[in-house]
Design a protein around this ligand. Sequence first.
Ligand SMILES: NC(=O)c1ccc[n+]([C@@H]2O[C@H](COP(=O)([O-])OP(=O)(O)OC[C@H]3O[C@@H](n4cnc5c(N)ncnc54)[C@H](OP(=O)(O)O)[C@@H]3O)[C@@H](O)[C@H]2O)c1
Length: 490
Amino acid sequence: MGSSSQIKEFFKNQTVFLTGGSGFLGKILIEKLLRECEDIKKIYVLIRPKKEKTPEQRFQDLFSYPCFDLLKSKHINPLQKVSLVHGDCNEPFLGLTEQDVAILLKETTCVIHAAANVKFDQPLKEAAYYVRATRDLLELAKKMLNLRVFVFVSTAFSNCVHSHITEQFYEPPMKPEKLLQLVDILDDDTLQAITPQFLNTWPNTYVYTKSISENLIKTIGADLPITIVRPAIVISTIAEPMPGWIDNFYGVVGISAGAALGVIRSMNANPNSRAQLVPVDYVSNCVLAAAWKRENSVTTTIYNFVGHENNQITWGQYMKVIEQQGWKVPSEKVLWYFWFKVRKNRLWHKFCVFFLHTVTAYMVDFVLLCLRRPTLAVEKYRRLNTTLDLLAYFGMKSWKFDDRNVMELWNDMNDADKIQFCFNMENIDFIDYGYHLVRGARSYLFNESLDTIPKAERRLRVLCVAHYTLLGVFWYILFKFIMFFVSLFF
Ligand SMILES: NC(=O)c1ccc[n+]([C@@H]2O[C@H](COP(=O)([O-])OP(=O)(O)OC[C@H]3O[C@@H](n4cnc5c(N)ncnc54)[C@H](OP(=O)(O)O)[C@@H]3O)[C@@H](O)[C@H]2O)c1
């Protein structure tokens, strides 16, 4: 008889308090806990009001995402075990009511703190709220009567100013209390003006404040059963609940989708640098495994959840996979032929962005203006170009990550857990995964059904012919132009 899952056993009768449950990773965590750990007692999910929707409305909406379809097909009703907790990390003590605090302190046995604003260009004041939320949640955790584990979801880039990132704590760029005092004292304009001085060599406020939050884990969390999971760049599911599921256009996903649609044509990255991409379901499994493991360890363990040393993909290879798989499952929304390059030289990239993005955007808006239609391309490309700039740091640099703790965690898992909570990055077939990434983006981001693929293929072929015809005409005109000037002088 095979062994039974130790992770499932760990979550038996447990009550989880999850922040970030309405997010990309959070949804997968909830789904996995409900589907795989059927004996879990309760999951409290912190949700804030947003975009004129109440937490109640957002809580109902949460379970309409396709990632919960498998659960529903198994007749598991998420509402039986998942409960809403009103709250907002931008408020002191996460904006929790006294009653909710009392319930959480009494019932919670496991905290998974995954809430964050993953925008790289958020103002420092806003990013600092998440430091305060982490501090306040740690203070609450200290009072939790039955706490078995606290998992903090950080990022592999929380210490990205170092080129070799170990699974250790690092000195933060600023002490947490000092940051919180500064954002309290300084007005928004002053803070905004001096943010570059604070950041110094740090690329953005997101990683800067994640690093500071990690310091809180080290100090305030020293006596807690705490563990940190630092995932790299989180992208679509590889396997569960279905391959290719995704709910957002952040960063790399947005760029890949934009490239596949033919609207993004350049990315400033080193084609030979490793693209540290990890599937969201593997991140979720690693978080749950880390929670299980923490109970039997005496110290805080940090897990750098990154690509496997023997199975890496570079930015150049990744974009090639997207291009190739884009031919197999093209989108109906494709606007132009895939004409994209990863460019290492920043000046050359900027030049290409100017001609291939900005000039194109003005031409499109000019046509729209003539047709008396609302213009949109200049604004959309402006935002795309900003995203490309924000990501350039991560595309250009290469890091050496230690992931010995992740390897040990994997080796400590029994066979049942290795199957049910797989996060083995060594076995990923990036070509196959790339197919699911593109197919998933088509289904879950663009809401296109698979029977429209033949139509999209025809469209892509026409655009391919149009692209090369236009390119031929361009080079012909350029050649004639040069010949004309040459003939003037010789
Ligand atoms: N995505 C990545 O590539 C990546 C890489 C490394 C690490 N991580 C980490 O993984 C975790 C989950 O990220 P994700 O990819 O799932 O991002 P996400 O989809 O943007 O989810 C973020 C979650 O945090 C919640 N949140 C943000 N601000 C909040 C606030 N003020 N109050 C309450 N909840 C708030 C969001 O709630 P709303 O729905 O209300 O916004 C959402 O549930 C984060 O800690 C992130 O730093 C992500």
